[in-house]
Design a protein around this ligand. Sequence first.
Ligand SMILES: [Zn+2]
Ligand SMILES: [Zn+2]
Length: 244
Amino acid sequence: MKITFLGTRGGYPMGGQTSCARIEGNCGSLIIDLGSTLLFEHPDWVAEADHVLMTHLHPDHIAHLASLVIARLNLPAAEGDVSFVAPESIRDYMQFSGLEQVPGWRQKELVPSEWGGFTLSAIQTRHPRKNHAYRIYDGNTTLVWTGDCSYSEELADFCAGTDVLVCEASMKEEHIDNALEWGHMTPGMFARLMNEAQPALAVSTHYTELEPADFAAIVRPLLNENIELVTAFDGFELVIPVTM
Ligand SMILES: [Zn+2]
Ligand SMILES: [Zn+2]
């Protein structure tokens, strides 16, 4: 499996792009979230982007949702509709945006267990807007992508045994009250989730208050020794198993 991080900022695109990644597995590719313009610098990826997982419909995750659909309508290499899996109605969002006439997409009603060759499941996390953490298996590697959330035991159970756990890293520890109110992680909550889920690779993304290096410096001493911490950044390619 290969993950290309196209946006790793949370909330607003200061210092980089907001949430978006491309996953390449044994069985094909998919996109998670559409908050980054970097995707559009790869027309071949846009053309191939017919399977898109949305963690939730907050602006930093959907900023370029309509752009993807419209771009594909204008790319001869793009075939078929974009199939979305999301915790809320994409149609409602398109209607709100005055784009209800735009073709080229559809939404799965639920989370299908098999989708584009991947095995898929989801759980709702603690966040003010309905957010899915997704568990994705390509036949070789299991990846959990949390989207936005604060810690919960249900989330830790859902993540247990995954090879790779990509988790948001929004808040400073001293803002834990804010983090709980707004459904985000602090370094302490991030470490607790990792230590309970025990992935081989812990990956941080969705930075808001802390820069990646600062977040990592706080989290690393809190993590069990057998968990490797990787800090994602815009453009970062993570190849699993790690070959670097
Ligand atoms: Zn977010
Ligand atoms: Zn959010």
